[in-house]
Design a protein around this ligand. Structure first.
Ligand code: CUA
Length: 340
């Protein structure tokens, strides 16, 4: 190859690389990386992008150069020179990709191993997924169970995840990782949040009719605010336990079964709006022409029996018919106490 040809190929390669780099850098492709784990995932991403840009530049340069240089002239009908095989070239185009793929594998393996590492100082949170709600419980705080994931900033949190029914998948885009929840096995995920804020949690595995509604939030708080929140939750639970007979058990059942993920109910402090507001149960029962207590009980075990105006059937899970009788009683008591 002549020097002029090399200069031309290299120039085209640099141009192609510049364009591809601009597209990679100046368009905001990724969500902000707000956990240490997301930083590592992003690092792997950019390593792969850099390799892709280099390969693209070489291929684009050789292609463009060849198309221009070796194009058919109008007066030339002859065949090309008969060439077969070029051992050097074949070795190069096998060895280079092999090295690149190995590099990607090594970088990925290191990042995944680091992301899976649980530091000594960490907080455990048990995650339970079911059609179509998330619940989070904190063994460190007497099993405090809530429908929003709250975490203090800077501390590693290990999620130990279970599914009650089908495969779900936990995903917070800003934390960079997805993890399936599979019935019968425990899956784990470590999150070390590094920015304060409220992030969406999405179920990212099609799990039934309410899949799109299976959402919650992850709230990253200052450590002091987190401690205050835990105290407030514990106080609320204690107050509920004193206030109404079975209130503590009812509130616990309400939270641990994910009711708070979909329903607003003042005594539980929940504000979700996927399902009907449970503060209006008495009026709903009247409209259905049913006495309150049986109305509530039937609505839990057979959600399609009465459908409130403005809501769809088949959204609430029908798995609550298998609730232990004690839990169901406590729940009904909790939802009907003080109402007529
Ligand atoms: Cu749970 Cu989709």
């Amino acid at each position: 190859m002549r020097r002029g040809a090399i200069v031309r190929v290299v120039t085209i390669a640099l141009l192609a690389a510049a364009v591809a780099t601009a597209v990679a850098i100046f368009i905001d492709w990724l969500p902000a990386a707000d956990s240490k784990e997301a930083d590592r995932i992003d690092f792997v991403f950019w390593v792969v992008v850099a390799i892709c840009i280099a390969v693209f530049a070489v291929v684009a340069a050789v292609t463009v150069y060849s198309v221009v240089k070796f194009r058919a002239r109008p007066d030339d009908d002859s065949d090309g020179a008969p060439i077969h095989g070029n051992t050097t070239l074949e070795i190069v185009w096998t060895a280079v990709p092999a090295v690149l793929v190995t590099a990607v594998a090594v970088v990925s393996a290191v990042a995944l191993a680091q992301n899976g590492h649980v530091p000594k100082k960490h907080m455990r949170v048990n995650v339970l997924a079911q059609q179509f709600a998330w619940s989070f419980s904190y063994p460190k705080y007497q099993g405090l169970t809530v429908s929003q994931l709250r975490m203090p900033i800077g501390e590693a949190v290990q999620l130990k995840m279970h599914s009650k029914d089908v495969i779900h998948s936990f995903w917070v885009p800003e934390f960079g990782q997805k993890q399936d929840l599979v019935p019968g096995i425990e899956t784990k995920l470590v999150i070390t949040p590094k920015r304060l804020g409220t992030y969406p949690i999405a179920c990212t595995e099609l799990c039934g009719e309410g899949h799109a509604l299976m959402r919650s939030e992850a709230v990253v708080m200052k450590p002091a605010a987190f401690t205050a929140w835990v105290k407030a939750q514990e106080k609320a639970a204690a107050r509920a336990a004193q206030g109404s007979a079975g209130g503590g058990a009812g509130l616990a059942a309400f939270n641990s079964n994910g009711c708070s993920a979909c329903h607003t109910y003042k005594p539980a402090g929940s504000t979700a709006t996927t399902g009907p507001d449970l503060d209006n149960l008495a009026a709903d029962a009247r409209r259905a022409g049913q006495p309150l207590v049986p109305f509530v009980r039937v609505s839990i075990v057979d959600p399609n029996a009465y459908i409130e105006k403005g809501y769809q059937p088949n959204i609430m899970p029908d798995t609550f018919k298998s609730l232990p009788k004690q839990q169901l009683d406590a729940l009904v008591q909790f939802l009907t106490a003080g109402k007529k």
